[in-house]
Write a protein that binds this ligand. Structure first.
Ligand code: MG
Length: 382
């Protein structure tokens, strides 16, 4: 494998930090050309020391200025959302890693697609809000889209060597989050601390709440729809609390393929970087006799309304998934700041889906407008 140059968006988040761990293990195979973050310059500084990027981008202008004052000209510092787009459009790199949380990852991703780069995508919002546009552009510009999300990496691996016509359905596994066995009557009283306590995966706050509401699975169903071109009626979620099977594909002959592994994001991250090769690593291996048994059950749609809302949004199409995503981001933020109850998250999203007009086959401008309109609307609700 020749050395690959990397642009990493979101290096201070959970996926970003794991990506740097993977890269650290393969000296000489990858070179970090640029790192981009929102604002956590305290985490970024040691990354600059270790990986010597030519550029860093700090979205928060004030944090960018503080960094400039601290490190001088150790590397070039760009600021703001425009800095994210500029770096994706102009830097010399082979692989674009989209690991920024939320909607800001979209514009730089599109720049990378237009330059026919490999897109290793962890930012699910990109496909949720603009899946139609992104997948069309990827085809036009011959840009490889390789998922980092563990479920989608699993499906991607299961589909190697298979023809699209032979797929009967995709089965996404879900841990079920911390409230799988909790009575729905008690959902109102769920605290932020309880919701942040995920049983299997250690992740950022936003995605941990999404896992507790099962919105994460809903977003992943939309993501799978666009990544694999499969109708949402053929995409199922199954609760699998051990998170050992990362997802499955059922074929028209009744055969099912699954991809398994310990719940460690470094595995799908490494795969997205090295595909189609596999490189040896020293990560922990599964010991099946220690796991004992794997269990499965149906998700409870009544309890986890967000999952239903996601199916509704993808069936409606157009800007409905954009509304769903924006409303969810604002609602989760409100919940994290203790302004609304856990049960208000789906309620707010539902109101946004009812209130805001849906536009079919949206352009990027329409998506931005819809995103903004939804955020303003949900910000005013409680
Ligand atoms: Mg996932």
């Amino acid at each position: 494998m020749i050395m690959k140059k990397i642009l990493l968006l979101g290096s201070t988040g959970s996926i970003g930090i794991n990506t740097l761990k993977v890269i650290r293990n393969f000296q000489g195979k990858f070179k970090i050309e640029a790192l981009a973050i929102n604002s956590r310059i305290d985490i970024l500084e040691p990354q600059i020391e270790e990986f010597h990027p030519k550029y860093v981008v700090v979205k928060d202008e004030e944090a960018a200025n503080r960094l400039k004052n601290k490190i001088g000209n150790k590397c070039k510092i760009l600021a703001g959302k425009s800095g994210l787009v500029e770096i994706a459009a102009q830097l010399d790199y082979d692989i674009f890693i989209g690991a920024m949380v939320g909607f800001d990852g979209l514009a730089p991703t599109l720049e990378a697609v237009k330059r026919s780069k490999r897109i290793a995508l962890a930012n699910k919002e990109t496909l949720v809000v603009a899946g139609e546009l992104v997948t069309k552009l990827c085809k036009n510009f011959n840009s490889e889209l390789i998922p980092i999300d563990s479920e989608h990496s699993a499906i991607y691996q299961c589909l190697i060597g298979e023809s699209p016509e032979s797929i009967e359905k995709l089965i996404l596994t879900a841990s079920g989050g911390p409230f799988r066995n909790k009575d729905k009557k008690l959902f109102e009283a769920i605290t932020v601390e309880e919701a942040l306590n995920h049983p299997n995966w250690k992740m950022g706050n936003k995605i941990t709440i999404d896992s507790a509401t099962l919105m994460n699975k809903g977003l992943e169903i939309i993501e799978a729809h666009w990544l694999f071109g499969i109708d949402s009626s053929k995409i199922e979620a199954v609760i699998h609390p051990q998170s050992i099977i990362h997802s499955m594909v059922q074929f028209i002959d009744g055969s099912v393929k699954a991809q398994l592994g310990l719940p460690d994001m470094k595995i799908p991250i490494q795969y997205a970087l090295t595909y189609p090769d596999r490189l040896e690593n020293n990560l922990d291996r599964i010991k099946f006799s220690n796991i004992g048994s794997l269990s499965f059950s149906e998700p409870d749609f009544e309890k986890f309304e967000c999952l239903n809302l996601a199916y509704t949004a993808i069936k409606e199409g157009g800007t409905a998934p954009c509304i769903l995503n924006a409303a969810n981001e604002v609602a989760v933020d409100k919940f994290l700041n203790k302004k609304i109850k856990f049960t208000a998250i789906p309620a707010l999203i539902n109101r946004a889906l009812e209130k805001i007009e849906n536009h079919k086959s949206p352009s990027l401008e329409t998506i931005y407008e819809c995103d903004l309109q939804t955020r303003l609307f949900v910000s005013g609700l409680n």
